[in-house]
Write a protein that binds this ligand. Structure first.
Ligand code: NI
Length: 171
């Protein structure tokens, strides 16, 4: 496993459309393992392959909704699609590729995705709250869309300063 560099806004790789993954072999597994390590190191809640310079439809999302005595799990989604949404939530959102910024973004409250795992098996998963927000944010990355394009507005300096005491979630 190796840490990969997280590319930041301004790099054209972040605005490109990503291609599906069709070979479920060692190269994909290496990418997923590297992304996992990179995400943990960056202390984010999600990471999409284009953020490490790979134009493929692969994302990781950390599932933080669980019982207190259980650890977070990292969901690996290959070729994910949103198949159902429910409700709305409006809240702050950040991105590992846009350091030091934060915006107010409205997203669905519940999102069901259909995806493949690292071996090509299809599965469905329903996420709520932060997980649902993260699904939307990461899948947008696969189509070259960054959250400021979806934001109701971006936070100003004072709001960002006030937030620093808080824990920001970046994806
Ligand atoms: Ni992001």
């Amino acid at each position: 496993m190796a840490l990969r560099n997280i590319v930041t806004v301004g790099d054209p790789v972040l605005t490109k459309h990503c291609r599906p993954y069709t070979e479920f072999g060692p190269r994909l597994h290496e990418l997923l393992d590297d992304m996992r390590q990179t995400l943990i190191q960056a202390d984010g809640v999600g990471l999409a392959a284009p953020q490490v310079g790979v134009l493929r439809r692969v994302v990781l999302v950390i599932e933080t909704n669980h019982a207190e005595d259980e650890p977070d799990t990292i969901l690996e989604l290959v070729n994910p699609e949103i198949i159902a949404t429910e409700g709305t939530q409006t809240g702050t959102e950040g991105c590992l590729s846009i350091p030091g910024e934060c915006g107010i973004v409205t997203r669905p409250m519940v999102v069901t995705v259909r995806a493949q795992d690292r071996n090509g098996n299809f599965f469905e998963y329903t996420g709520e709250g932060l997980t649902a927000r993260c699904f939307c944010h990461e899948l947008d990355h696969l189509d070259g869309v960054l959250y400021p394009d979806r934001a109701d507005r971006m936070l100003d300096e004072d709001e960002l300063e006030a937030m620093e005491a808080d824990e920001g979630d970046e994806a």
